[in-house]
Design a protein around this ligand. Structure first.
Ligand SMILES: [Zn+2]
Length: 50
């Protein structure tokens, strides 16, 4: 597992950000939908446990 810079999806239903490269939810975000930063969102529950 590796900590990475926070990123989130630009899709409108997005409500969390990710900060771990091992997160499958974060990994599912298409690269063209990724935005750097937290976006003021809460942390992904899966990232929080990694
Ligand atoms: Zn995550």
């Amino acid at each position: 597992m590796a900590k990475v810079s926070p990123f989130h999806s630009k899709l409108p239903e997005t409500d969390v950000y990710h900060d771990n490269s091992s997160c499958t939810l974060g990994d599912n975000i298409e690269s063209y939908n990724r935005i750097a930063g937290t976006g003021g969102l809460r942390k992904c529950s899966q990232c929080a446990t990694l």
